[in-house]
Design a protein around this ligand. Sequence first.
Ligand code: NAG
Ligand code: NAG
Ligand code: NAG
Ligand code: NAG
Ligand code: NAG
Ligand code: NAG
Ligand code: NAG
Ligand code: NAG
Ligand code: NAG
Ligand code: NAG
Length: 390
Amino acid sequence: MLTPLRLTAVLLALVAQGSSESTKCTVTEFSQVENVVKNCKDIVVSNLVVPGGETLELYLNSGTTLTFEGITVFDHKEWSGPLIRVRGNNITIQGAPGSLLNGQGELYWDHMGDKGPKKPQFMKIEAFDGSVFKDIKIINCPHHCIYIGKSDQLTITGWIIDNSYGDHDNFTGHNTDGFDVSAATNLVIEKSTVINQDDCIALRHGANILVRNMFCSGGHGISLSTGFNYTLFEENTLYNVTVEDSVIVRSDNGIHVKTHADSFKGEIKNVTYSNIFLSGIHNYGINVQQDYVNGSATGIPNNNIPIIDLNLINIHGNVLDVYNNSMPVYINCGKEACVNWTWSGVNVSGGREKSKCNNYEPNGYKCLDNTNKSSQSLYVNKLMVKPPTA
Ligand SMILES: *[C@@H]1O[C@H](CO)[C@@H](O)[C@H](O)[C@H]1NC(C)=O
Ligand SMILES: *[C@@H]1O[C@H](CO)[C@@H](O)[C@H](O)[C@H]1NC(C)=O
Ligand SMILES: *[C@@H]1O[C@H](CO)[C@@H](O)[C@H](O)[C@H]1NC(C)=O
Ligand SMILES: *[C@@H]1O[C@H](CO)[C@@H](O)[C@H](O)[C@H]1NC(C)=O
Ligand SMILES: *[C@@H]1O[C@H](CO)[C@@H](O)[C@H](O)[C@H]1NC(C)=O
Ligand SMILES: *[C@@H]1O[C@H](CO)[C@@H](O)[C@H](O)[C@H]1NC(C)=O
Ligand SMILES: *[C@@H]1O[C@H](CO)[C@@H](O)[C@H](O)[C@H]1NC(C)=O
Ligand SMILES: *[C@@H]1O[C@H](CO)[C@@H](O)[C@H](O)[C@H]1NC(C)=O
Ligand SMILES: *[C@@H]1O[C@H](CO)[C@@H](O)[C@H](O)[C@H]1NC(C)=O
Ligand SMILES: *[C@@H]1O[C@H](CO)[C@@H](O)[C@H](O)[C@H]1NC(C)=O
């Protein structure tokens, strides 16, 4: 048996940095990051303070496990980030119980989001080969939270992204997207909570994506947003997407599918949303529009990115009746650009206006049967948690 003294010596040896690959290595100072990342496969990041204007670069060795422990804080600086960049094959990134990543968004938020002074993106991920990112808690992203770039066989599970502090009236967060997925195949995002002020999830481009067991609050819904490339068809495609068993509350929209009318051609095909519950939606319960230009709707749809096989199954909930032009379902399709949608069990009520289906009505759904229920349940979820600091 080890005496306490002997045990301490063993533990000290285990946390020694830059030693062999099998040794556990702990980062407590920013200056240690590079060496540890290069030399270790079992890494603990413990109560780290990342200086403003620096990226926590985690280009990990294949098979590495990295654990965030305690509170990781990112100091303030006006720049575009990202605050963390992770890349690797077969890596595991996890949060220890009680751990927290704090982006200190409250030092940046100014209602203006993209349009104001620069604010750093929080985390950029490129991961492959069965990588798992789990149990991460993030508060107060200054700007977009998670950007998933080129990735394959990646699972995101058990996350909490809590930007509820940015709902404060006088320093509102804006453009604080939860997960933006830009080029991922075989991706799972599940069992996670996002409280923010923009898309909970925005899937832009990729294939074979499963989103399930999400709780989204305060944002713009679970979205597809395709057409960011002006030259390549392949970059503007989204295939085989399932979004299921999720709840979206007090958000601008519930389900929001948007294609960019000014981009190159592309295609969205084989998307299913099922078992989605909506509550306290401000604008549209379900909103499919092919008229986006520069981040907003123009009302004039294009057919450059057809949406084929958009299936909705068992979608329930309500839209508030406090905002002008709010309605359960709003569809604005380009000429022959919406094809073969089958909707069943879609029952979204409320809003000030009846649903509108411009140029297309899905099989199984009648646009003009809005029941305009006045019974509304506003789901209040303003946590107003004071951000802890290190
Ligand atoms: C992934 O990494 C783990 C060690 O973390 C290793 O046991 C496993 O063999 C690796 N899998 C692949 C496919 O490389
Ligand atoms: C922000 O508004 C709250 C009330 O909504 C007020 O108590 C607080 O003093 C205000 N803070 C600033 C910096 O204006
Ligand atoms: C379109 O995609 C190509 C290939 O990935 C890339 O080089 C180019 O920068 C993209 N263009 C835009 C506007 O994103
Ligand atoms: C979509 O799923 C089908 C059936 O699993 C598969 O054959 C096809 O390759 C997938 N499409 C893409 C682009 O991966
Ligand atoms: C549609 O996508 C789902 C996964 O979301 C897949 O299981 C199914 O095979 C795909 N269907 C076709 C026709 O590609
Ligand atoms: C979109 O933005 C570009 C450059 O920012 C501008 O040239 C163009 O006129 C804008 N288009 C619309 C429809 O607002
Ligand atoms: C809503 O519409 C009414 C009448 O149509 C108008 O008086 C009011 O200003 C509008 N409210 C907003 C916030 O646009
Ligand atoms: C739409 O569905 C019909 C009948 O299932 C099929 O014949 C047709 O090829 C489909 N169109 C597209 C573009 O998938
Ligand atoms: C639609 O939902 C309302 C409650 O929001 C319920 O009263 C009504 O029976 C539902 N209708 C159908 C056809 O399921
Ligand atoms: C919907 O109901 C509200 C009251 O809850 C009413 O003011 C409004 O005129 C109704 N709209 C339609 C289109 O029936």
